[in-house]
Design a protein around this ligand. Structure first.
Ligand SMILES: NC(=O)c1ccc[n+]([C@@H]2O[C@H](COP(=O)([O-])OP(=O)(O)OC[C@H]3O[C@@H](n4cnc5c(N)ncnc54)[C@H](OP(=O)(O)O)[C@@H]3O)[C@@H](O)[C@H]2O)c1
Length: 261
C-alpha cells in the first residue's frame, strides 16, 4: 500500500485532463486540479460532466495564486505533498512560479508535457526562437495561417505586406491587423479538414508554436501534404527537473517521490 498523497495538478491542457482521469481512476491520492480561469466559471461543471468525475478524492480550484509566493502559501495551507505542472509548454509564467514555489516550500515538482513535433524529411520548417523572429521571417505578399493563440498574435500586426488567416479558440482582437480573416474555433479534427481550410484561404505559409501531439497535429500534417512551409516557434527553455511525456513514468515518479518536508 503506497502512501496517500495530496497532489496539486496545474492544468489547462488535454494532457492534464488525461493525467487527472488516470490519477482518479487508478490511484487513491487526493487530487486538486487547478485552472487559470481562462475558460470561465463553467469549467468545473464541464470537466466533471465530460469525465464523469464524482470522486471524493477530487477537488477543483480556479484562478491565479498570486505569483510564486501565493502558490507556495496555497500549497502549505492545503497540505499539498506533490506538485505537477501539466500546463501548456508556452505557459511560462505559471511554470516558473511552480519551480520557485516548490523549491521554497520543499514540495517535489514534476512537469508533464506533450511530446514536441519534430521535422521530417517531407517538412520545410524554419525554426525561430520568438514570435517576433517569426514575424520578421515572413516573406512579403504571402497569405499566412497564424495559429499561435490569441494572446500571441500582436507581433504579426506590423507585417502589413502579408495577409493573415488567424485561428484561435477564444475570440482575438481584430482591429490591429491590416488584412486578416479571423476564425474562432478549435483545431481541425483531421488532416483533410485542415487541408481544405488551407486550400480555401490560399494559404502559402503556416506559423505555429511547437505545441506538440494531440489534435493540433493535423495542421502540421496538412502543411506537409500540401508542401506548405512552416515557421515553427521553439518552446521556451525551462530549467532541468523531472519531466514526463507519458502517463506510466509519472505515476512511478508519484509513487517514488519523497513526501514534502
Ligand atoms: N499559452 C498557451 O499557448 C496555452 C495554450 C493552451 C492552454 N493554455 C493554458 O491556459 C492557461 C493560461 O495560459 P498562459 O499562457 O496565460 O499562462 P501563463 O502566462 O504561464 O500564466 C499567467 C498566470 O495565470 C495563472 N495561471 C496559469 N495557469 C494556471 C493554472 N493552471 N492554475 C492557476 N493559475 C494559473 C498564474 O497566475 P498567478 O501568478 O496569479 O498564480 C500565472 O502567472 C494555462 O493554465 C495553460 O495551461 C495556454
Amino acid at each position: 500500500m503506497t502512501q496517500q498523497r495530496h497532489i496539486l495538478l496545474l492544468g489547462g491542457t488535454a494532457e492534464a485532463r488525461e493525467l487527472l482521469e488516470t490519477l482518479i481512476n487508478v490511484t487513491e491520492h487526493d487530487i486538486t486540479y487547478s485552472l487559470a480561469g481562462v475558460l470561465g466559471s463553467k469549467a468545473e461543471e464541464v470537466l466533471r460532466s465530460r469525465m464523469g468525475i464524482d470522486s471524493a478524492h477530487f477537488q477543483f480550484r480556479m484562478g491565479g495564486f498570486g505569483g510564486p509566493e501565493g502558490l507556495k502559501k496555497y500549497m502549505l495551507d492545503h497540505g499539498i505533498d506533490l506538485l505537477i505542472d501539466a500546463t501548456h509548454p508556452y505557459a511560462t509564467s505559471i511554470s516558473r512560479n511552480a519551480i520557485e514555489a516548490s523549491r521554497e516550500a520543499s514540495i517535489p515538482l514534476a512537469r508533464f508535457v506533450r511530446h514536441e513535433w519534430t521535422e521530417t524529411t517531407d517538412d520545410s520548417w524554419t525554426v525561430v526562437d520568438t514570435l517576433s523572429d517569426a514575424a520578421a521571417a515572413l516573406p512579403s505578399d504571402v497569405t499566412v495561417f497564424l495559429s499561435v493563440g490569441r494572446q500571441s498574435i500582436a507581433p504579426f500586426a506590423s507585417r502589413k505586406d502579408c495577409k493573415f488567416v488567424i485561428r484561435s479558440i477564444a475570440e482575438a482582437e481584430e482591429h490591429m491587423f491590416h488584412s486578416a480573416t479571423f476564425i474562432q474555433g478549435m483545431p481541425g479534427r483531421s488532416m483533410e479538414e485542415e487541408m481544405a481550410l488551407f486550400e480555401q484561404y490560399g494559404v502559402d505559409l503556416l506559423v505555429t508554436k511547437n505545441s506538440g501531439s494531440g489534435k493540433a497535429s493535423h495542421k502540421i500534417m496538412a502543411a506537409r501534404e500540401l508542401h506548405i512551409p512552416v515557421i515553427m516557434v521553439k518552446r521556451p527553455e525551462m530549467p532541468d527537473g523531472p519531466e514526463f511525456c507519458e502517463i506510466a513514468p509519472i505515476l512511478d515518479w508519484i509513487e517514488a517521490a519523497p513526501a514534502a518536508s
